[in-house]
Design a protein around this ligand. Structure first.
Ligand SMILES: NC(=O)c1ccc[n+]([C@@H]2O[C@H](COP(=O)([O-])OP(=O)(O)OC[C@H]3O[C@@H](n4cnc5c(N)ncnc54)[C@H](O)[C@@H]3O)[C@@H](O)[C@H]2O)c1
Length: 355
C-alpha cells in the first residue's frame, strides 16, 4: 500500500480516486482536514476497505511513525500543504509550519522507517514530494519556460515555503540516501477545486450572479494542467522516475488570467445562459492586484516527456469544458463548500476520528 498525505484536498483527492480506479492498491490517507480538506470529496470511497482515512498532521511525527509501522507502505506521496498564495500573504505562519516543518518531520519519520526496511523493501521504497512551478519565481514575457535547471527564486510566502520543502527533500536524498522524487507542476484545474482559486471562483460567482474579480490587468500568465493529467504524471514518476530527480509537469497551456475568465464565461453562456440573455462577461470587475504578483509562469515539460513518455491527455479546451460541466453537475458540492456545511458533514460522518 501507499501513504498519501493531504489526500482530502483538491489534487490529493483526485489522486486517491484515480489511484484506486487504476491500480486498486490500498491507500492510507493522512490529512489534517484544514479548511481545504474535504472528506466529502472521497464520499464514494466510504466502506471501501482499500481506503483508510486518518485525520492528523504530517508534523505529528509520533502519528506518522505509528502509521508507517502499522501499514508498512512502499511509498509516501506528499500532497499535504497550505496552498493558497493570498492566504500566505495574510498569514504566512501556517505555511512555514506545514510546508517546511511538516515536510521536515515527515522526511525524518520516512528516513527512520526506510532505514529499518530489509534490502528489497528498501530498494523499492519511494518518497514522492509534490511541488509547484511557483518555486521558480516569475518569467519575463519572452523568456524560455522553466526547466528543472532554472534557478529557484520564490516570491511569495507560499512559494518560499514550498521551495524550502523541495530543498529539504533534495538534502534528505543527498545526505541520507532517502529515495526521493520531486515534481514541480503548473496550475491545476478540474473537479473538486476549492472555490477560492481562479477557475472555480469564476464559475461559482458567475452562476450566483456575483462579480468576477480579476486582479490588476488580468494579464498574469499561467500554465494550466487538468488535474487528472497531474495525477497520471505523478503515477508515472512514482513508477519510473530516477531517484533524486526533479520532474517539471505542465500542459503547454500558457494563458493570461483574463483569457481564462473569458473562456469560462463563454462556456457558461453556452451551457447555462443567463436569464437576461447577456454574457457572464458583464460580471467581470477589475480589482487591486495582489502584492508581488508574479507576471508569468511557464513550464518546460520536455524531461518527463522524454524520460518517462508522459503526455497530458487533455487539451485546455477539453479540460476546461469538463471542469465547467462538473461544477454545473455538482451544485450540492459547491453549496456545501461555500456554506462550510462540509465540515458538519465530516463531523457527523467521522466524528473527527480516524476511520
Ligand atoms: N493547486 C495547484 O495548482 C498546484 C500546482 C502545483 C503543485 N501543487 C501542490 O500540490 C499539493 C496539493 O495542492 P492542492 O491544490 O490540492 O491543495 P489543497 O489546499 O486543496 O489541499 C491541501 C490538503 O492538505 C491538507 N493539509 C494541510 N496541512 C496539513 C498538515 N499539516 N498535515 C496533513 N494534511 C494537511 C489539507 O487539509 C488539504 O486536504 C500542494 O503541495 C501544492 O503545493 C498545487
Amino acid at each position: 500500500m501507499i501513504l498519501v498525505t493531504g489526500g482530502a484536498g483538491f489534487i490529493g483527492a483526485n489522486f486517491v480516486l484515480d489511484w484506486l480506479a487504476h491500480s486498486g492498491e490500498p491507500v492510507v490517507n493522512l490529512d489534517k482536514l484544514t479548511y481545504a480538506g474535504n472528506l466529502h470529496n472521497l464520499a464514494s470511497l466510504q466502506g471501501d476497505a482499500r481506503h483508510v482515512f486518518v485525520q492528523g498532521d504530517i508534523a505529528d511525527r509520533a502519528l506518522v511513525e505509528r502509521l508507517l509501522a502499522e501499514h508498512r507502505p512502499r511509498a509516501i506521496v506528499n500532497f499535504a500543504a497550505e496552498s493558497h498564495v493570498d492566504r500566505s500573504i495574510h498569514g504566512p505562519e501556517d505555511f512555514i509550519q506545514t510546508n517546511v516543518v511538516g515536510t521536515f518531520r515527515l522526511l525524518e519519520a520516512a528516513r527512520h522507517y526506510w532505514q529499518a526496511l530489509d534490502a528489497t523493501e528498501k530498494g523499492a521504497f519511494r518518497f514522492l514530494h509534490v511541488s509547484t512551478d511557483e518555486v521558480y519565481g516569475t518569467l519575463a514575457p519572452d523568456a524560455p519556460a522553466f526547466t528543472e535547471e532554472h534557478q529557484i527564486e520564490p516570491n511569495s510566502p507560499y512559494s518560499a515555503s514550498k521551495a524550502a520543502s523541495d530543498h529539504l527533500v533534495r538534502a534528505w536524498h543527498h545526505t541520507y540516501g532517502l529515495p526521493v522524487l520531486t515534481t514541480n507542476c503548473s496550475n491545476n484545474y478540474g473537479p473538486l477545486h476549492f472555490p477560492e482559486k481562479l477557475i472555480p471562483l469564476m464559475i461559482v460567482n458567475a452562476l450566483a450572479g456575483k462579480s468576477l474579480p480579476v486582479y490588476g490587468d488580468g494579464m498574469q500568465i499561467r500554465d494550466w494542467l487538468y488535474v487528472k493529467d497531474h495525477c497520471s504524471a505523478i503515477r508515472r514518476v512514482l513508477e519510473a522516475g530516477r531517484l533524486g530527480e526533479t520532474y517539471n509537469i505542465g500542459g503547454w497551456n500558457e494563458k493570461p488570467n483574463i483569457e481564462i475568465v473569458h473562456t469560462v464565461c463563454a462556456l457558461l453562456d453556452e451551457l447555462r445562459p443567463r436569464a437576461d440573455g447577456q454574457s457572464y462577461k458583464a460580471q467581470i470587475t477589475y480589482v487591486k492586484d495582489r502584492p508581488g504578483h508574479d507576471r508569468r509562469y511557464a513550464i518546460d515539460a520536455r524531461k518527463i516527456e522524454r524520460e518517462l513518455a508522459w503526455r497530458p491527455a487533455e487539451t485546455f479546451e477539453t479540460g476546461i469544458r469538463k471542469t465547467v460541466q462538473w461544477y454545473l453537475d455538482h451544485p450540492a458540492w459547491v453549496a456545501q463548500v461555500q456554506s462550510g456545511a462540509y465540515r458538519d458533514w465530516v463531523a457527523k460522518q467521522y466524528e473527527g476520528a480516524a476511520v
